[in-house]
Design a protein around this ligand. Structure first.
Ligand SMILES: *Cc1c(COP(=O)(O)O)cnc(C)c1O
Ligand code: SF4
Length: 388
């Protein structure tokens, strides 16, 4: 029997779940038709890219104005109307606004900042491909994104049209993967790989699928958060052809969990695509256990599994977003045991200098005396396990 021909009855998500995912307030774009608003092309074409457009959406502060002037040469501002509609027009510390609108902190280069903190260039056997781990690679397929995140780790590359991946570069990277049978997992990234057309993605994924050593791949995209309209029927149709396919996305705050995002995740999950979330720990956005817990609970309702929390790395011009290691440990401490294990991601530091992701964990193992192992639980109660 052809498994693809199985049809299931439709299902409805209960209203009490859906109610927690409010529809974005699009009153600023009320002249846009329903069809326009729901079109990712329209959303891309109407991105907020300069001060004049920004002033129509929020009350821009002096700090933001100066930060925009000082940063625009280096790193574009670009906000989809959908994502901009989630910003608080009056509060410059709104967690959505902090991710999308420049702040003066960006212009400050702190002494520990590094140009290529993760040494992604060093581990690049061919342009556009980082091969650091034994069995998997990171594949940069474009330098464009729907929205440019102010805390982006790849600022030096992303949004720079001069560094856009050409077809030849894609083919060279695909050739490298083809010639390395030890690679079984490909992280298709960017920029945002969903900035590629469906045809281009189909070509990339189809090429990977034709290699017998490639077991799976993941698309690393923020479009579920910044441009959920991108998850069209055509896109899903294309992706389904290449199963087993995974998606890693990047929600940072519960305000990003809208009905639009819910629907996009639902369509992907219904197509059999497991979705994971990689959050970046950002000062003033999500450096609070209550916020992360609420985010992770919402993600699970959206069938998105919290996977990683990244410590903010040492890229240039993002020091104002960095938190202490203690902040991250405190978040894990407040999740583990207190809520579903599924809502507890791994806290990692992507080691400066290209060491890869290093997990950091609160200490639950207190010590050992002979065969007796002393442990503590999430309530700080002590227990003993006796080893054989
Ligand atoms: C994060 C990353 C991967 C994937 O790592 P996982 O821990 O398997 O999610 C692969 N290559 C590079 C260079 C990475 O930074
Ligand atoms: S979507 Fe990812 S690559 Fe693009 S700007 Fe945001 S963090 Fe950077």
């Amino acid at each position: 029997m052809d498994e693809n021909s199985v049809s299931y009855p439709t299902y409805t998500v209960p209203e009490h779940i859906l109610q927690r995912f409010p529809v974005a307030d699009r009153s600023i774009w009320k002249e846009a038709s329903e069809k326009d608003w729901n079109s990712w092309i329209w959303q891309q074409q109407h991105r907020v890219k300069n001060l004049e457009q920004l002033e129509k959406v929020i009350r821009v502060t002096e700090d933001e104005k100066q930060a925009y002037e000082g940063s625009v040469e280096m790193f574009n501002m670009s906000i989809t109307p959908y994502y901009a509609s989630l910003m608080d027009p009056d509060n410059p510390n709104c967690p959505i606004r902090l991710q999308a609108v420049p702040k003066l902190g960006e212009l400050h280069i702190s002494p520990e900042d590094l140009e290529d903190p993760l040494a992604e260039e060093r581990d690049m056997p061919v342009p556009g491909l980082t091969h650091r781990y034994p069995d998997r690679v990171l594949f940069y397929t474009t330098h464009n994104c729907a929205m440019y995140c102010r805390f982006c780790t790849r600022k030096r590359k992303v949004s720079d049209p001069g560094s856009a991946a050409q077809k030849k570069q894609l083919d060279d990277a695909l050739d490298y993967i083809r010639q390395h049978p030890e690679i079984r997992d490909v992280v298709v990234s960017g920029g945002d790989p969903l900035s590629n057309s469906d045809e281009r993605l189909d070509y990339i994924l189809g090429s990977l699928r034709a290699m017998p050593h490639i077991e799976m791949f993941r698309l690393g995209t923020r479009n579920l958060v910044t441009l959920p309209q991108r998850i069209t029927d055509d896109f899903i149709y294309m992706l389904r052809k290449h199963h087993p396919a995974y998606v890693n996305t990047h929600f940072n705050h519960p305000k990003e969990c809208t009905r639009e995002a819910y629907d996009a995740c639902r369509r992907l999950a219904d197509a059999g695509v497991p979705i994971s979330n990689q959050m970046v720990l950002l000062k003033g956005v999500n450096d609070d256990p209550k916020i992360v817990k609420e985010l992770n609970h919402k993600l699970l309702m959206m069938r998105v599994r919290p996977y990683y929390i990244y410590q903010c790395d040492l890229s240039q011009g993002i020091s104002h977003f960095r938190t202490t290691i203690e902040t991250g440990l405190n978040i894990i401490e407040n999740l583990r045991g207190w809520t579903s294990g599924l809502a507890v991601p791994h806290l990692v530091i992507d080691a400066p200098g290209g060491g890869g992701k290093i997990p950091i964990l609160p200490q639950y193992l207190l010590g050992k005396e002979g065969k007796k192992v002393k442990l503590r639980n999430f309530r700080n109660e002590e227990f003993t396990y006796v080893e054989p």
